[in-house]
Design a protein. Structure first.
Length: 409
């Protein structure tokens, strides 16, 4: 299950959102309850709106809000420039949230989603949203932003936590990549990323080199590579050995060993040792050639559901039970069946992601953040899981557990 978000994420051009509302910074904040009565966040629709002349997909900007019920005087404005720096800017769009009880509005603003050059110093990219109350009071603001090093930003808050104790969005920052690899003897690079049984044009070496490039820029952000299926060409153990050798040759110094010491270590220990890549390898030959290198497969809560209400019921059942020890993943996607893909062969995953993404934000922000570990989504720009994870991890790292029920990311 290898999705387009991987290519965007590893190339370090993730668009995300910065929030100006209060967050948990110290223990005293843990006793204040929920800190923001109203919040707004921006997403990008998973549905394709149009194409640029260069063939880049454009998708529509979406406005989302939650918190207290909107008053009639409340309004949300979208700007092309930072309104705090230039308060006399005219908004490109404004709306009255009380007229939209679902807390959601899809605009006609189209945004090209493409891979570009990474600039760590750039904060916001083109769009700001402000939730205004009475007399233009700013209750909350947000913008489209690059935040590839969020673990570094909140390192002091989460350093004593383990990987299994934090929420990990399957998108950027602390990255979890679900990889399927095929071996093709007659192809130049032999090892390629697969989507099920279909070979893509992306080689395994390309992905590993992109990961290494990112690690050279970061000292606090950890990547999880989950080699969970080998759908083509792995009939002999020798092909596993060759793949494992390639992985070690490229990422060897960064690999987190699989032993008791590292399995129970905190994030701060990983950072001190500069071990930043955890590699899970779901295969009987995991330990045959290299000892204490590859971790066991990561358990998945996969509902295989085709409707949002069925997936919601599945997660309710999952989170009412004790969750697995160690790393585990919530697969927060609707799964297409054969009939659906026959009628929607190209746009199928986009349609399903559009149906579920807003629900996923709500479920893991308001219901499941205390227990969630890895959370996998499709077309992640359509949800707010990155910011939810950052806020949830600050709470987990700072606040006593008995205060959590009164807090929300």
């Amino acid at each position: 299950m290898f999705r387009k978000c991987l290519f965007i994420a590893v190339c370090l051009v993730i668009i995300q959102f910065v929030q100006s509302s209060p967050v948990v910074n110290s223990v005293k904040d843990c006793y204040l309850g929920n800190l923001t009565p109203a919040r707004v966040f921006l997403t990008v629709s998973s549905l394709r709106a149009s194409l640029t002349q260069h063939g880049i997909i454009k998708r529509r900007l979406e406005i989302n809000w939650f918190g207290h019920p909107p008053a009639e005087d409340d309004y949300i404005a979208v700007y092309h420039q930072d309104p705090e720096l230039n308060p006399f800017n005219d908004p490109v769009l404004s709306l009255e949230p009380h007229k939209y009880p679902g807390g959601y509005f899809r605009t006609n603003i189209e945004i090209p989603i493409h891979v570009g050059n990474f600039n760590e110093n750039t904060r916001c990219f083109g769009y700001w949203a402000v939730y205004h109350g009475e007399n233009r009071e700013i209750k909350h603001s947000t913008c489209l932003q690059l935040r590839p090093f969020w673990m570094k930003e909140i390192a002091k808050h989460i350093s004593d936590l383990k990987l299994s104790e934090i929420m990990i969005p399957i998108m950027y920052g602390l990255r979890y990549f679900d990889l399927r690899v095929g071996y093709y003897e007659n192809k130049p690079d032999q090892y390629y990323i697969n989507h099920n049984f279909v070979r893509t044009e992306t080689t395994m070496k390309t992905v590993l080199e992109q990961v290494k490039k990112y690690l050279l820029m970061s000292t606090n952000d950890i990547i999880i590579l989950d080699f969970h299926n080998f759908p083509h060409g792995f009939e002999t153990p020798e092909n596993h050995k060759k793949l494992q050798t390639i992985i070690i040759d490229i990422l060897g110094n960064y690999i987190i060993p699989y032993n008791d010491q590292y399995e129970n270590a905190t994030l701060s220990y990983y950072w001190q040792q500069q071990k930043l890549v955890l590699i899970s390898y779901d295969c009987p030959y995991r330990e045959s050639f290299f000892s204490e290198t590859f971790w066991p497969s990561i358990p998945r809560a996969w509902g295989n559901k085709q409707r949002p209400q069925d997936l919601k019921a599945y997660f309710k059942e999952v989170f009412e039970k004790p969750t697995p020890k160690g790393l585990w993943a919530s697969m927060a996607e609707i799964t297409p069946n054969a009939r659906f893909m026959i009628f929607h062969p190209i746009t199928g995953l986009r349609i399903l992601a559009d149906e579920i993404n807003r629900n996923v934000t709500h479920w893991f922000r308001d219901l499941y953040w205390r227990k969630a570990n890895i959370v996998a989504t499709d077309y992640f720009l359509g949800n707010d899981m990155i910011d939810v994870a950052i806020r949830a991890n600050r709470i987990k790292g700072v606040c006593p557990e008995f205060t959590w029920p009164k807090l929300s990311p």
